[in-house]
Design a protein around this ligand. Structure first.
Ligand code: 13P
Length: 285
C-alpha cells in the first residue's frame, strides 16, 4: 500500500525495527528499490530531493511509487527530503507525496518551530506526515567533525516536540551527509539521552557514513527512519562508468543501465535486512 510516514513508523516502533529511506537520484532507481523491499519483506521509504523531484516530475514519482506499492504489495512512503521552502512542500503534497521534511535546522529554534507548524497545518489535514530537523547534520565534506553546537540539544528537542506535532525528528548525533570514504563516530550517550526524553520517532541522516555494526544499537535507541543516499549514487555512477566505457554506442541501453539498477537493488536489500533488526528476532515473534 501507498502509505504515509506516520503509519510506517508507528508499525516500526511497535515491532522495534527501522525503516530504510533511500534517496532516488533518478526514476530508474525506484523499481529496483521497491523490488528490494518486496524481496526483503519490508516497508520502504523512497525519498527525493526537491531538485530530483523537479527533474523527474513529482507526479511521475508518485505514479511509479503508488502503482508498484499496489502491484507488489509493499508498504511504500514517498517522501520529500530537506525542503526549505513552503512552495516546494505544497507542490509535493498536492502531487501526492505521502510525507515531507521541512528543514529549518539553520533557523533559530523559535522560527524553526513556527515554520514547521505552518507545514503541519497544511500537511496533516491531507494525511501527509511531517519530518522536522533540530540540530544540524554536518556538511557534505569528507571527514568534517560535527562541532558541539551542531548536536541536537535534548532540551530543545523536547521543547520542539511539545509545540510542533511532528511525525519524525531528524537529529544531529554525529553523522555527515555525503561521507562515503570513511565511517563516522556516533555520539551514543547523546542518542541514548534523546531516546529517554523523546517519544517521537527519530531519523538518522547521512546514513552512508554510519558503520553497519552500529545499526542495531540505533534501532534499539528509537531510530525509526534511516536515510541512505550517497552510497547508492556512488555505486550507480561507478557501475555506469564501467559499462559505458566499453559499450558499443548502438548497443541496447538496457545492457548498461540494468546492472546499475541491480547494484542499487542489492545495497537496498542488504541494508533493509539489517534495519529489520532480526538479531533480536522481534519480527519473527
Ligand atoms: P547520505 O547521502 O550521506 O547517505 O545521506 C542521505 C540523507 O541523509 C538524505 O537526507
Amino acid at each position: 500500500m501507498f502509505k504515509n510516514l506516520h503509519d510506517l513508523l508507528t508499525e516500526a516502533e511497535r515491532l522495534n525495527y527501522t525503516v530504510g529511506a533511500f534517496n532516488a537520484h533518478n526514476l530508474e532507481m525506484v523499481p529496483a528499490m521497491i523490488s528490494a523491499a518486496r524481496d526483503a519483506g519490508s516497508p520502504i521509504i523512497i525519498q527525493t530531493s526537491v531538485g530530483t523531484a523537479r527533474y523527474v516530475g513529482m507526479k511521475n514519482f508518485v505514479a511509479v511509487c503508488q502503482s508498484m506499492a499496489e502491484d507488489l504489495l509493499v508498504d511504500v512512503d514517498l517522501h520529500l527530503d530537506h525542503a526549505k521552502n513552503f512552495a516546494d512542500i505544497k507542490d509535493a503534497i498536492d502531487a501526492g507525496y505521502r510525507s515531507v521534511m521541512f528543514d529549518g535546522s539553520a533557523l533559530p529554534l523559535k522560527e524553526n518551530i513556527m515554520k514547521t507548524l505552518r507545514v503541519i497545518e497544511y500537511a496533516h489535514p491531507r494525511h501527509v506526515s511531517v519530518e522536522a530537523e533540530i540540530g544540524t547534520i554536518g556538511g557534505t565534506e569528507e571527514g568534517v567533525t560535527v562541532k558541539e553546537g551542531a548536536y541536537t540539544d535534548p532540551k530543545d528537542a523536547v521543547a520542539f516536540c511539545r509545540q510542533a506535532d511532528v511525525d519524525a525528528l531528524a537529529v544531529g548525533i554525529g553523522t555527515h551527509h555525503g561521507q562515503f570514504r570513511s565511517k563516522t563516530q556516533l555520539n551514543f550517550p547523546l542518542i541514548e539521552a534523546l531516546h529517554k526524553v523523546l517519544s517521537v520517532p527519530m531519523v538518522v541522516h547521512g546514513g552512508t557514513g554510519v558503520n553497519e555494526k552500529d545499526y542495531h544499537r540505533l534501532t534499539e535507541n528509537g531510530i525509526r527512519k534511516f536515510n541512505v543516499g550517497t552510497e547508492l549514487l556512488v555505486t550507480w555512477t561507478k557501475t555506469a562508468q564501467e559499462k559505458f566505457k566499453t559499450t558499443e554506442v548502438n548497443a541496447s541501453l538496457r545492457n548498461n543501465i540494468v546492472p546499475c539498477n541491480e547494484a542499487v537493488h542489492d545495497i537496498v536489500f542488504h541494508k533493509i535486512n539489517l534495519f529489520m533488526n532480526k538479531n533480536n528476532n522481534v519480527l519473527m515473534a
